[in-house]
Design a protein. Structure first.
Length: 208
C-alpha cells in the first residue's frame, strides 16, 4: 500500500513524498524560512529547528512570484479566496461558474492564451482549473487588459464599458453593485499573491 499525505486544500490523498497535490496542485510542503527545511504543509513548527511556521509562509512558492494560471497559482487563489471572511460574506449568494480567457499577445511575448475557470458555491471556490469547460459566464479580453486589472490600473467595470473585456452570459448581472463590490474585494485578494506575467508584461509582476 502506497503511503499518502492528505491535501489541506481539496482533501485528496497524494503520494507521501510528492511536493504538490495530484488533484489540485496545492503545495504539500512548508519551507522554514529560518533553516530552509521542507515540512508538511499543515505543520505548525519546523521539524528540523523548531521554528514556528507562520501560515503566510506555507508552500514552496509563497516567497516568489507564481506564473499566472499555473497549478500553484490556482491553488493559492483558491486558498486565499476561501479564507477571506470579508469576501465570503460579500459573495455568499454567488453560485456560478466562470471562465476567464487572457488572450495571446505574440507581439509582446505571450504566445498562447491563458484560460482559467472556477466554480463558486456560496462564495467559496469549490473547483478551479486551467482550460475550457462549459461555464455560466465566459469573460475574455487581451492579456494586457487582464494584467492592468490584476495590478489595479484598470477597474473591471470600466473594462466592460470600454469593451476591453467581453462577456458571454448575463452581462447585467456582472455589472450589479453587489457583484462589483465583491469583485473589487477579490481583486485585492489576487493582488496579495506574488504573480509572474509572461513576455513584456513581466515588468508588471506583482510582488504581493
Amino acid at each position: 500500500m502506497v503511503a499518502t499525505i492528505h491535501c489541506p486544500n481539496c482533501g485528496y490523498e497524494s503520494p507521501l513524498f510528492g511536493q504538490f497535490c495530484s488533484k489540485c496542485g496545492q503545495p504539500l510542503t512548508a519551507k522554514c524560512r529560518v533553516c530552509g527545511e521542507d515540512n508538511l504543509s499543515d505543520a505548525k513548527f519546523c521539524r528540523n529547528c523548531g521554528a514556528e511556521l507562520a501560515p503566510a509562509t506555507f508552500g514552496l512558492f509563497l516567497d516568489r512570484a507564481m506564473k499566472v494560471g499555473s497549478p500553484e497559482y490556482l491553488a493559492e487563489v483558491q486558498r486565499r479566496t476561501n479564507s477571506d471572511a470579508e469576501y465570503l460574506q460579500m459573495a455568499k449568494n454567488e453560485n456560478e461558474s466562470y471562465t476567464m480567457i487572457m488572450e495571446a499577445d505574440p507581439k509582446h511575448g505571450v504566445l498562447s492564451s491563458v484560460i482559467i475557470g472556477y466554480q463558486a458555491k456560496e462564495g467559496k471556490i469549490v473547483d478551479i482549473w486551467s482550460g475550457k469547460r462549459l461555464t455560466t459566464f465566459m469573460i475574455f479580453g487581451p492579456y494586457g487588459v487582464w494584467v492592468d486589472i490584476l495590478r489595479g490600473k484598470l477597474g473591471p467595470r470600466k473594462a466592460f464599458f470600454m469593451h476591453n473585456l467581453k462577456v458571454r452570459g448575463n452581462f447585467l448581472k456582472t455589472l450589479s453593485k453587489s457583484r462589483n463590490d465583491s469583485v473589487i474585494r477579490w481583486l485585492k485578494i489576487l493582488q496579495s499573491i506574488p504573480t509572474a506575467f509572461e513576455g513584456d508584461y513581466a515588468q508588471f509582476n506583482i510582488t504581493g
